[in-house]
Design a protein around this ligand. Structure first.
Ligand SMILES: C[S@@+](CC[C@H](N)C(=O)[O-])C[C@H]1O[C@@H](n2cnc3c(N)ncnc32)[C@H](O)[C@@H]1O
Length: 173
């Protein structure tokens, strides 16, 4: 996959949870990271996990459907959060927020359960996507530049089919 980000980028990690991605980004030299999660407990766990790097990460306890950024985000990253939005209006709110946040030429990197993936995540119903359907959810402002399907193997050994897209923000007309 082509490289779409450098450490000077402003990165928004949506539904960050206590993901090691944040620790890895900090270790790579990223210094402008927003970690958004609806769960204060998850963000507290993340703060602990980050340790001395916590100063490089702004912890934002918010629902992604209402979170507000200025339009200076270079990369918006979401693994396994968008798929919790099963209501079409919520999906549109998310897509609008992402489009408002990401600068023209910036990227949206998103992974959801695939159309043949599990019907629930953490006990909650999810929306499942084909490559085309996920791209269509963001088509009004983003072009797909890379798409893959992969199987995520959970710590218990279960296989979860995912769709993973990289999209580029178009300039406003
Ligand atoms: C399945 S976990 C994925 C965590 C992380 N992205 C990863 O891949 O390890 C989903 C995360 O999204 C958060 N989340 C769910 N709905 C959300 C919403 N509407 N707004 C913000 N965060 C949300 C949950 O609290 C949880 O931490």
């Amino acid at each position: 996959m082509r490289r779409v980000s450098v450490p000077s980028d402003r990165v928004a990690v949506i539904g960050a949870g206590a993901s090691t991605l944040l620790v890895d980004l900090a270790a790579l030299g990223y210094r402008s990271i927003d970690a958004v999660d609806i769960s204060a407990a998850a963000l507290a766990q993340l703060r602990q996990r980050l340790g001395a790097s916590a100063g490089n990460v702004r912890l934002v306890c918010s629902d992604v459907r209402v979170v507000e950024f200025d339009s200076s985000v270079d990369v918006w990253h979401d693994r396994a959060t968008f798929h919790f939005l099963t209501d079409a209006a919520d999906q549109r709110s998310y897509a609008r927020n992402a489009a408002a946040a990401v600068r023209a030429g910036g990227h949206l990197i998103i992974a959801t359960f695939a159309d043949n993936g599990p019907e629930q995540c953490s006990g909650l119903d999810v929306a499942r996507y084909s490559v085309d359907a996920l791209g269509a959810a963001f088509a009004s402002d983003f072009d797909v530049v890379d798409a893959t399907r992969f199987d995520h193997v959970t710590p218990t050994g279960a296989s979860q089919p995912f769709v993973h897209l990289v999209l580029r923000r178009r300039a406003n007309a």
